[in-house]
Ligand binder design. Structure first.
Ligand SMILES: *Cc1c(COP(=O)(O)O)cnc(C)c1O
Length: 465
């Protein structure tokens, strides 16, 4: 038994120094709730200090997620701490702002406008792209099943085609009983290639997931070419296979930096798109979006009606209660930055990525794979000679971690898993100066890691003689 408070508890008043308080004399409870209460400032300080061990989010170069927000975002998040977005009746304005965000995204992604009988785009917020992917995948499965049943065909073996997807699609497939046909990477490819699809598609294919911003390589998959491949498959076999674009990161980068890339609702085959508001949408953690090109793409029986301002509010979500602040913060960012603002923020990141890529290329042992141009703002590289380098990328990650930098090393997905790469994401809040400091730390780490290598020994010998 830990912590017997058999002594008369000392009276604690507000004047007691936090680090002289009873709480600070013990390790914090880990298994059992304490019996009594403790002054707020002391508890706050203890937990605050414990969290310092988490590391510095600003040095986390592995994440796509927002790690920096303006004060106004903090204020709005604080003001919305009590808003439950599911409660559309109680918080109708939050619901209104959510639908404005959906409209803005549908417009940004060129959803067709409602003409006559054609329904307009529809969509909703989620906790992130993972939930959005579940919803997009469910809609694909339902639509496919309806069509199969209507044609009197069996509908018990659905499959979904994709390249090197994020784990959320593996979860979707497992949770909702769909066979995931993950198409292996071709040599030299950074994602799914259109000509690969024909070999994997059949009458039970509910859709193809195309990724705008592959997690491993940061590249955009060629959605337009994939759509053409599916047109050919339809002409040949009659299977009308739709595309869902997982634009978790790219959905709020491409419209600003690469407007010429045709990947969105401009392609008829793209029926739905998801994005993470908390990645390049720059909102704080906890918001994603899914949009369908028209309401008829979202099967009726997946939508639950809740009463809202005397009317009916359709909801489609896995969660019930969820904070409203992230949605409000997303709307703030749309208004605050506008298209030009997003373009400048992301362009600055892409420029910084290119600059850092140049420095990394000049360090010697690396072969650059991506310099942040053409897709997500990021840098990736591999060791030119993994056998002869005298260290691995994992060793380098460990060295950088000693200075607080989180730079991940990982193998590429199947069939290129023998290639280990390192990837640095540049996002809002990472300045040129910060990457210069990182580059200096990389050079120091390399000097340290190669100090005992034959190449370094030869250099020392040459120096001494
Ligand atoms: C991040 C990511 C996801 C998961 O998104 P969350 O918002 O973290 O749930 C899905 N797909 C891709 C391509 C991603 O980059």
């Amino acid at each position: 038994m830990a912590l017997h408070m058999t002594r008369t508890p000392r009276t604690e008043d507000a004047t007691v120094d936090v680090f002289a308080s009873v709480l600070s004399e013990h390790v914090l409870p880990k298994y059992r709730m304490p019996d009594g209460h403790t002054p707020a400032p002391a508890v706050y300080s203890m937990i605050h200090n414990e969290l310092l061990l988490d590391g510095n989010a600003a040095q986390n170069l592995a994440t796509f997620c927002t790690t920096w927000s303006e004060d106004e975002v903090h204020r709005l998040m604080n003001e919305c701490i009590d808003k439950n977005m599911i409660d559309k009746d109680e918080y109708p304005q939050t619901a209104e702002i959510e639908s404005r965000c959906v409209n803005i995204l549908a417009d940004l992604w060129h959803a067709p406008r409602a003409v006559g009988a054609e329904a307009a785009a529809t969509g909703c917020s989620t906790t992130g792209s993972s939930e959005a992917a579940m919803l997009g995948g469910l809609a694909l499965k339902w639509r496919w099943r309806e069509a199969r049943r209507a044609a009197g065909q069996s509908a018990d073996r659905p499959n979904l085609l994709c390249g090197p997807v994020q784990v959320c699609w593996e979860k979707f497939a497992r949770y909702f009983d769909v066979e995931l046909r993950q198409i292996p990477l071709e040599p030299g490819a950074t994602g799914l290639r259109a000509h690969q699809i024909a070999m994997y598609a059949d009458e039970n294919t509910i859709g193809v997931v195309a990724i705008l911003g592959v997690t491993y390589t940061c590249d955009y998959e060629p959605v337009a070419e994939i759509a053409e491949a599916l047109d050919r498959i339809q002409a040949e076999h009659g299977w009308d296979i739709p595309i869902h674009v997982d634009a978790a990161s790219g959905g709020l980068v491409a419209p600003f930096l690469h407007p010429e890339v045709v990947w969105d609702f401009r392609l008829d085959r793209v029926v739905s798109v998801n994005t993470s508001g908390h990645k390049y949408g720059l909102a704080p953690l906890g918001v994603g979006w899914v949009v369908w090109r028209s309401a008829d793409r979202l099967p009726e029986d997946l939508v639950f009606k809740v009463s809202y301002l005397g009317g009916d509010m359709p909801t489609f979500a896995l969660n019930f209660s969820r904070p409203g602040g992230e949605i409000i913060a997303q709307y703030y960012l749309f208004l605050r930055l506008g298209r030009e603002g997003y373009r400048r923020v992301h362009q600055a990141c892409a420029d910084t990525a290119r600059h850092l890529a140049g420095q990394i290329a000049a360090m010697g042992p690396f072969t650059l794979l991506y310099d942040g141009q053409g897709a997500l703002p990021a840098v990736s590289y591999t060791l030119t000679d993994p056998e002869g380098a005298g260290f691995s990328l994992y060793d380098l990650s460990d060295q950088l971690r000693m200075r607080g930098w989180q730079v991940p090393s990982y193998p590429l997905p199947a069939d290129r898993e023998t290639t280990v790469i390192q990837r640095i994401l540049i996002r809002h809040g990472i300045s040129r100066d910060q990457t210069a400091l990182l580059a200096a730390d990389m050079r120091r780490a390399l000097a340290h890691l190669t100090a005992g290598s034959p190449a370094a020994a030869a250099e020392r010998t040459a120096f001494h003689h």
